[in-house]
Design a protein around this ligand. Sequence first.
Ligand code: ZN
Ligand code: ZN
Length: 285
Amino acid sequence: MEFTINALNSFITNLPMGIEVEGMRYVIGVGSIYLLTWIIFAGVLKNRRIRKALPSQLRIKQTIREMRNSVLSIIVFIFAYSITNYALEDYFGGPVFKIYSDVAEYGWAYLVFSVVLWTIGLDTYFYWTHRFMHHKKFYNFFHRTHHRSHNPSPFTAYSFAPPEAVLVYLFVPIFFTLVPMHTMAFGAAMLIQTTRNAMAHCGYELFPKGWARHPILGIFATVTHHDLHHEKSHGNYAFYFTFWDRVMGTEHPEYLERFDRVTQGTNRQSNALAQGTDESTQPTT
Ligand SMILES: [Zn+2]
Ligand SMILES: [Zn+2]
């Protein structure tokens, strides 16, 4: 009982700062990608559309649902942070998260390195938890909500059911208990993550022609990579890199060809065939 009260107190204490930080990264990350790809450069990107846009009524319905889910996800993130932070402190009798605020403690090179390590660690964590969520036993409980956006938009980025939001969040306490991280590095990592996430769902291919087949650049996943995952509901499980999908043989067989078509401007006819419909979703592994 005492634990529950203290954990709730921790949540209430963290709430204002949590809303500010989480809200800010959502508005900056998702908002900027939406403004740039769907409003400001919508005309320029017309030929880079990966799939045909949804009819406007369906799009509005999907966006309202995605925004509602995103607000819920943000509350879950703040709640989960407060609880895990408090629970670990309570259990170990002191601070457990290796978060620090003095750059001199580890230096600037380490600060940058920790962001790189976060990115590689998150990609690995995401790949394996994502495959877990696609298992038919767990799909509906964790992941169906995210895949209801069959044809995604930047607002799909945080459209999770609460159980998926918890699973996504759990990378934070795992990383913080293992790796020291400066508050600034954490802020940068989160902003990169949110922006990259919105980009992966924006529906327009932003990477240049030849990128996906390049022996080095091809390791960075393109927008088509995750868009194809939403369209087919299987394959392309990773987030930042193509590494795990290639090693585990889960890269979608149409990925390179589809990327070529989008970037060479020969995708327009096939858009009709690939038009997404809201609500369509199936577990596949
Ligand atoms: Zn998925
Ligand atoms: Zn997605």
